[in-house]
Design a protein around this ligand. Structure first.
Ligand SMILES: C[S@@+](CC[C@H](N)C(=O)[O-])C[C@H]1O[C@@H](n2cnc3c(N)ncnc32)[C@H](O)[C@@H]1O
Length: 459
């Protein structure tokens, strides 16, 4: 039934139904935002399809749409028989707009070819790109044209199923290009409503590539539309799906602890495309994520790294806080091998965290012990591997596991005692008389810095 517009007494015809892919929750949100626009505001819509949303938007401002108008097989599934895949559906869009008296400026092109005049834009709705790069194709040409109060609505921008896409949104938020607006949307409405910031215009010069998606979390909070940490958790999920574990632990190392991410991660983990990622690997990550975001932080004194592998992970992550090598030391396979070899028992026997200590161990299987010692926060580790065949008395002067043999007391021994806080003689090799004598001499050395101890690690 027609109604009368009281402002000018014009007859308003009821709108002819136009198919739309958005549900009523989405449309309600679109209307809610559009209704805040100043009179005559300019609205830019990427991906109008047949114009169902355009029709709504046209009631609130001057509409521009960008679409290549190419019918797809997915469109045919939704509306069988209207067009063949590959055909242009522009005639139908034009017909429906005309039928509803909608005045719209059409930009028929691929998003990547779109150019904009630089007229100010008050609202932008983007519905189609599924990747950060696709999103940037839309935003880059208009980034410097948004008005201060402009709102950018991105369909699927808060859709937890679209991991790489929302990881891209996380990047835009964490680098300060946009902020999420709290519009009170229901949980099933996955449109992200973004506010511009003083930095938004810089997007016109941003060179977006896949690696950049892995940019670290920043000090800027990135809450999702419901105040949770969906975006932060998508950042990890995206890096995990790409198999970039070093990057995952680098990002975790830099992330400001937030308890709320743990709830989000429980959900996100189930959505991961886990081909090539075993449950065990995910479990390990969940443990480290948990300890990192455990606020207030668990105390090291309450943890025994020999208790279980996950206890060793927790212990090591905390012990390495502030250590710039933490992500590299968090090579989970190496830590697991060290744990299985009972190497963390040395950490316990040393009396706990060994932060800021230089430690040298004499014995065998030192790569494993070195891993445990470094994971417990040591400043440096020198392994002196005892072999039967090697008579070279040179001790490598580097803070990593190396190979050497001890024969008569040398300058290297002096260096050992003066440089290291602790020299441990493991019981996993057989002492010969010569070596025993030499260790005795080493122990007797006067004015030495190091303590010598004899951890029991078994053969
Ligand atoms: C998901 S539909 C939009 C649905 C619409 N918002 C609705 O609710 O009815 C995506 C639209 O974007 C267009 N599109 C997708 N990718 C595009 C691209 N790279 N360049 C131009 N148009 C594109 C499609 O032709 C389609 O009309």
């Amino acid at each position: 039934m027609a109604t009368i517009d009281k402002s000018n007494n014009a007859i308003i015809e009821p709108l002819a139904a136009i198919p739309t892919m958005m549900g009523s929750g989405d449309l309600k949100l679109v209307r809610q935002v559009a209704s805040q626009l100043p009179k005559g505001g300019r609205i830019l819509e990427f991906g109008p399809w047949l114009g169902g949303v355009t029709l709504e938007l046209s009631q609130f401002g001057n509409c521009h749409v960008v679409d290549r108008f190419e019918w797809t097989s997915f469109n045919s599934e939704l509306l069988p028989g209207l067009f063949e895949p590959g055909q242009s559906f522009r005639p139908e869009f034009d017909r429906l707009m005309e039928l509803n008296n909608v005045d719209v400026t059409v930009h028929e092109c691929a998003f990547s070819d779109f150019e904009w005049s630089s007229d100010p834009i008050n609202m932008c709705l983007i519905d189609a790109p599924y990747s950060g790069k696709g999103l940037m194709d839309c935003i880059r040409p208009i980034a410097s044209s948004f008005t201060k109060d402009c709102r950018v609505l991105i369909k699927h921008g808060a859709n937890a199923e679209r991991i790489s896409f929302i990881a891209a949104i996380h990047r835009l938020l964490s680098e300060g290009y946009f902020e999420v607006e709290d519009v009170g949307q229901p949980a099933w409405c996955n449109i992200a409503v973004l506010k511009t910031t003083p930095k938004t215009a810089d997007l016109q010069d941003l060179d977006w590539n896949q690696d950049a998606l892995l940019s670290p979390p920043s000090e800027i909070d990135t809450p999702d539309p419901w105040g949770g940490e969906l975006y932060l958790s998508a950042m990890y999920a995206n890096a995990i799906e790409q198999g970039n574990w070093l990057r995952v632990y680098e990002m975790l190392d830099q992330q400001i602890p937030k308890r709320a991410i743990l709830k989000e991660w429980d959900e996100m983990e189930r959505r991961l495309n886990t081909s090539g990622v075993t449950e065990t690997i995910l479990c390990n990550f969940a443990t480290v994520l948990d300890v990192h975001n455990d606020v207030p932080r668990m105390r090291l004194g309450n943890l025994d790294p020999t208790h279980s592998f996950h206890a060793a992970l927790r212990y090591s992550w905390i012990a390495l806080e502030g250590n710039e090598s933490r992500p590299q030391i968090f090579d989970i396979d190496a830590l697991a091998a060290a744990f299985v070899a009972n190497a963390f028992s040395v950490v316990n026997q040393l009396g706990g965290p060994v932060s800021d200590k230089d430690i040298s161990l004499i014995g065998t299987r030192l790569d494993l012990f070195g891993t445990a010692i470094m994971a417990a926060g040591a400043r440096s580790f020198l392994g002196i591997e005892v072999t039967d065949s090697n008579n070279d008395s040179t001790i490598p002067r580097m803070p990593i596991a190396g190979a050497a043999i001890i024969v008569p007391l040398t300058n290297s021994d002096v260096y050992l005692r003066e440089h290291f806080d602790v020299i441990g003689v493991l019981d996993n090799f057989t002492l010969n008389t010569q070596l025993e004598q030499r260790l005795g001499d080493l122990t007797q050395m006067k004015a030495a810095k190091s303590a010598i101890f004899y951890p029991n690690v078994g053969h």
